[in-house]
Design a protein around this ligand. Structure first.
Ligand code: SAM
Length: 233
């Protein structure tokens, strides 16, 4: 048999997947952005929604300042976030760090994030194309972060593109701390924008190597919340 016949044909192009991520997340944002960002409740008050972002930052960032800041003052640091949604975590990042830049594929989410950050002029949000960081000005970022975003992306190509792009924007030695779906027993459909592709420990180590990172720490392999600490070489 010819080798290509052994693989199922891809039904969707990369552009189809990018279009679907944008339209599905725009629809979710129009329906109830804060619920789809954090499904704990359908009825978030401002106060509770932003407190949940502070909790994420307390748990994932304030407990890990040695790896993240590496001796720098947080207020002197420039930070990048991928998949900012309605600004839940972005606002908490802006309460801690000196400058924050965040992207999201959904214009509807970005509109909500912009409103959430009106009182934080050092936080900047951009709608992007769903796979690169060309819209983010400058470079030399000191830290990059992403949570509950890659677990929704159905394409390895898209996720690896982001990892390569973050490597382009971080200063050498800086950390990209992020979470992917680690439960490889759950199979996502090719264009499912809710249940993304899963990564094994071997997958993430190989991806780090290809993209110019040292995958120094990993926590939660095999689980939904598979956290990765990639240090830019
Ligand atoms: C569950 S929400 C989480 C938002 C935010 N990280 C938080 O924790 O509050 C997932 C977000 O990822 C965004 N997203 C999904 N696919 C994306 C992609 N390919 N590029 C950028 N953002 C994406 C969605 O628009 C949505 O705002």
């Amino acid at each position: 048999m010819e080798s290509w016949r052994r693989y199922p044909a891809r039904e969707y192009s990369l552009q189809d997947t990018l279009n679907k991520m944008r339209s599905d997340w725009d629809a979710r944002a129009r329906e109830n952005a804060r619920y789809y960002v954090n499904t704990e409740t359908e009825d978030w008050t401002d106060e509770a929604f932003f407190a949940s972002g502070e909790r994420t930052v307390a748990e994932e960032i304030r407990t890990d300042m040695t790896n993240i800041c590496q001796g720098r003052e947080p207020k002197q640091m420039k930070v990048l976030e991928i998949g900012c949604g309605a600004g839940r975590v972005t606002r908490a990042l802006a309460n801690l760090f000196g400058e924050v830049h965040a992207v999201d594929v959904s214009g509807e989410m970005i509109a909500q994030a912009g409103r959430a950050l009106e009182s934080h002029p050092h936080a900047h949000v951009y709608q992007n194309n769903g796979m690169d960081l060309a819209v983010v000005p400058g470079g030399d970022f000191d830290f990059a972060f992403s949570t509950i975003v890659f677990q929704h992306i159905p394409s390895r190509e898209v996720i690896e593109s982001y990892v390569r792009e973050v490597a382009r924007l971080l200063r050498p030695g800086a950390l990209f701390k992020f979470q992917v779906q680690g439960d490889t027993s759950v199979n996502s459909a090719e264009n499912d924008t809710w249940l993304g592709v899963a990564f094994s420990d071997d997958d993430v180590v190989a991806m780090a190597e290809r993209c110019g990172f040292e995958p120094r720490y990993r926590h939660g392999a095999g689980e939904q919340y598979f956290w990765l600490w990639f240090f830019k070489k």
